[in-house]
Design a protein around this ligand. Structure first.
Ligand SMILES: Nc1ncnc2c1ncn2[C@@H]1O[C@H](COP(=O)(O)OP(=O)(O)OP(=O)(O)O)[C@@H](O)[C@H]1O
Ligand SMILES: [Mg+2]
Length: 316
């Protein structure tokens, strides 16, 4: 997918994903030696976006398997097209020649009668694709075991049809919010990355990329606000996407900085549980957050955001 860690880093930043050298190197290596990458970390930290950005950066197709409790083989691998099978049997039974039932049975369980799900589609691609198995911590152990065959032998076993080997090996990303601990066999077969909230400098760069017309001061302030909120022991600390929302809201409302009087406007954007909201309404909480954000922004003054995003990514 990429020819060097540096290329991975610069191509990712070209498509708007700002990460560090460590992550870019893992992406480069995993791409080269066909290892899946398991991504764990808090909500909104950029796990799904990393897989999507790798596909965009490499010009590869993205196939996504969105996991949920109770997901089964049929959703992931696929299933026989029952109506097509029935039609085929009916047509054969009506033909003038005596039906060859053994042949018909073989025919209706062939690949032509099978509707592929994302896993099968991914390994049948002529050109290597990115396969995102999103929120894998929602699946049960049986489903996890099913993935082991794919991720170690690059084959899939289909009932009545047999084993299908990969035409190309997809670049697999699995994401998890750690709702359930994933098994060691799956871990052993993968590279592992923690995708955490970004540094204030990188967050300012990400926000700048989304709202390029806002002032550098605003970008720094939002990054400072994120840092202040995440240090505040909230049930649900805000993620990058929430900070992007704040940036857009500030632009729409022509605010360069959030002040104490903007509490009612800002709370629905940055705190997302009743407990956190109560905490933020207590005494001077919001005021403290705002002044801490200002302090963080001042600390960053004149440095990071003035640099290009590429310089920042290269430094990381
Ligand atoms: N490194 C980054 N560079 C640029 N934008 C980012 C980055 N990380 C996250 N984002 C932004 O944050 C948003 C949320 O990220 P994403 O959906 O990947 O989070 P997630 O870790 O998959 O969260 P969840 O666990 O809730 O699914 C993205 O749509 C993107 O706009
Ligand atoms: Mg996600």
């Amino acid at each position: 997918m990429f020819d060097s860690p540096e290329e991975a880093l610069s191509e990712l930043s070209r498509v708007g994903y700002f990460t560090d050298q460590k992550t870019a190197t893992t992406v480069y290596l995993a791409g080269k030696i066909n290892k899946p990458i398991m991504l764990e970390g808090p909500a909104g930290a950029g796990k799904t976006e990393l897989a999507q950005s790798v596909a965009r950066a490499a010009g590869a197709e993205l196939l996504r398997l969105q996991c949920y409790q109770g997901i089964n083989e049929e959703k992931a691998i696929g299933q026989y097209d029952k109506s097509l099978q029935e039609l085929f049997v009916l047509m054969n039974s009506k033909s003038e020649a005596k039906p060859d039932w053994d042949q018909i049975r073989t025919d209706v369980t062939s690949r032509a009668f099978f509707l592929a799900g994302p896993l099968l589609t991914a390994i049948e691609k002529e050109k290597r694709c990115v396969l995102l198995i999103d929120e894998i911590d929602k699946v049960d152990y049986a489903f996890e075991a099913l993935l082991l065959e794919l991720l170690s032998a690059w084959t899939l076993s289909i009932p009545k049809m047999g084993t299908v080997a990969a035409t190309t090996i997809p670049f697999v990303f699995m994401t998890s919010n750690q709702e359930r601990r994933l098994g060691d066999p799956l871990r052993r077969r993968s590279f592992y990355l923690i995708v955490d909230h970004p540094t204030a400098e990188r967050e300012a760069a990400i926000v700048k990329n989304k709202t390029p017309n806002a002032s550098p001061r605003t970008h720094r302030f939002i990054a400072g606000l994120a840092k202040a909120l995440r240090a505040y022991n909230l049930e649900k600390p805000p993620s990058i996407s929430e900070m992007n929302d704040v940036a857009q809201a500030m632009q729409l409302l022509s605010l360069e900085e959030v002040r104490e009087l903007h509490k009612d406007i800002m709370l629905p954007l940055i705190v997302k549980t009743e407990g956190d909201r109560k905490k933020m309404l207590m005494k001077q909480s919001f005021e403290v957050i705002i002044s801490t954000a200002r302090r963080h922004a001042n600390e960053m003054e004149g440095e990071e955001v003035a640099k290009t995003l590429e310089e920042l990514a290269a430094e990381a």
